[in-house]
Design a protein. Sequence first.
Length: 119
Amino acid sequence: MQRPQRLFPDQSHQMTPPPSKEVFIQGITHDGRTFRPSDWAERLAGVLSQFRPGGPQPGSHLGYSPWCVPTTVNGVKCVIVHRDLREYDVMAWDFAMNFARDNELQVAEACLVPEPPKR
C-alpha cells in the first residue's frame, strides 16, 4: 500500500506566518488600567537610545534608537521594539521585555495589514 502524497509537500512549513520584526509594548496593563507615569514610553525609549545600528555615536542620546520608538496607537501610548535589538544586544532586549512583564503591560506582535485596493 502506497502512502498518500501531500498536496503541498514543500509548503507545509508555511502554515505559520513568519515572526514579526516588531513588538508593541502597550501602556495598558493586563487588567485594563492605563499605565503611569504618562511619559513612560519616552523614558523607556530614552534609556534604550544608545542601542542603535552602528553603535552609540556622539549625540545619539538626543534621539531615539530606530529599534525602540515611542508612539501612540489609537490613543494608547506604546513603544515599538524591533527584534534587531535582540540580535544587537540581548540584554537591552531583555530589559525592554522585562519592563513590560514587571509592569504587567500588554505586549502584541506587529502584523502586516494589506493595503486597501486602489480605485
